[in-house]
Design a protein around this ligand. Structure first.
Ligand SMILES: CC(C)(COP(=O)(O)OP(=O)(O)OC[C@H]1O[C@@H](n2cnc3c(N)ncnc32)[C@H](O)[C@@H]1OP(=O)(O)O)[C@@H](O)C(=O)NCCC(=O)NCCS
Length: 321
């Protein structure tokens, strides 16, 4: 995990827009979040720091990585993607680097790709990244307040390795429904217009993140439950077998709803949105990293990851840790 450095509290947001600490905590659970420092932090260098932490934790040398899967919807450049920029920062020129653009489900989509490459024998050691700088796309005026209090910046990394042991990722489950593409999106810079940038476009709000919060909320709670059940059914496991659920940190109310639905006790659901906000593709690897640092992830545990977000996309992974 490596978060952007600037801590932005709800009190700080009160200075920028018509909102309150009470409203934000009640509706989202978020107390503070991190925003990047322009000119210093980039998606690539934040993910490099997260990779260094993951390598150290795993006791792996950087040149053992033979492929990079990079989940982000906020790349440093329009193109090329962030995978090659991280590859360059790591000094791994020559290995493959794949970008994944599945928003909040991006990290699990990335895990799924890595899982298949490793199981097929194509690669041995894959770096999977989730990293975002969302704060520069947020409308921090009153008009954008319902989403700008939620989204934030951060980066997380995981290293997947082939092993002979009977453990690791049991299955991954990926879904999408493009009917809802415009319910949570950033429209521009879109390519299907005469010019990508114009004075008129800049005066609009189409470069900002736009979200229909109510629709997102309703779909999220049912899709989270559905995709967790799917992972359990696939592996003949029951809810009681889950030792730790690490949901994408969309909104604390959504996590609490899912926890209640499955009747999971507090110590079986990991939440840290209170400190970091919703960091899109970065939220699950940041949560996993933090849970690991706290000693909450022990060998033999069954860990369930689940996510929902823009697309809509939703996904889960069941892991024997
Ligand atoms: C965004 C969300 C918190 C808004 O909460 P809500 O209870 O649905 O609130 P509404 O949008 O209905 O707005 C209720 C009121 O609060 C106001 N409001 C919105 N944002 C506000 C803010 N930051 N501060 C203060 N008031 C705010 C609205 O303007 C509205 O006022 P009105 O009743 O005078 O019109 C909620 O819809 C949500 O959590 N959605 C899911 C978002 C999510 O998880 N996204 C990530 C997916 S990966």
């Amino acid at each position: 995990m490596k978060n952007a450095e600037i801590i932005v509290t709800n009190a700080d947001l009160e200075q920028l827009m018509d909102t309150s600490n009470e409203w934000i905590i009640e509706r989202t659970g978020i107390e503070q979040r991190r925003w990047f420092t322009p000119g210093k932090d980039t998606v690539a260098n934040m993910s490099k720091k997260a990779t260094d932490m993951a390598l150290k934790d795993a006791g792996i040398a950087v040149d053992e990585i033979d492929f990079i899967v990079f989940a982000t919807i906020t790349p440093d450049y329009f193109f090329p993607g962030s995978g090659v920029l991280l590859q360059r920062e790591l000094g791994l020129q020559g290995i493959g680097a794949l970008d994944i653009r599945n928003a909040c489900s991006g990290f699990i989509y990335g895990l799924s790709v890595a899982e298949q490459y490793i199981k097929s024998g194509m690669y041995q050691t894959i770096l999977v990244i989730g990293a975002e700088i969302q704060s520069s796309a947020l409308d921090k005026s009153d008009e954008g307040r319902s989403s700008s209090v939620i989204f934030a910046d951060g980066a997380g990394a995981a290293i997947l390795r082939a092993t002979d042991k009977q453990k690791g990722i049991l299955s991954t489950h990926l879904h999408a429904d493009g009917d809802y593409a415009e319910e949570l999106y950033v429209k521009d810079p879109g390519s299907s217009r005469k010019v990508r940038l114009s004075k008129e476009l800049l005066e609009g709000k189409t470069f900002n993140l736009t979200m229909n919060g109510n629709t997102v909320f309703k779909h999220a709670v049912s899709r989270f439950a559905e995709v967790i059940n799917e992972a359990l059914a696939k592996n003949n496991r029951s809810v009681e077998d889950i030792d730790l659920l690490v949901p994408h940190q969309a909104n604390l109310r959504i996590s609490n709803f899912v926890q209640k639905h499955f009747k999971l006790p507090d110590d079986k659901v990991y939440n840290n949105i209170m400190h970091y906000g919703n960091t899109t593709a970065a939220s699950i690897p940041i949560a996993l990293s933090e849970a690991n640092q706290k000693g909450l992830l022990k060998e033999g545990m069954t860990v369930c990851l689940a996510a929902f977000g823009s697309g809509f996309t939703w996904a889960s992974a069941l892991i024997d840790w």
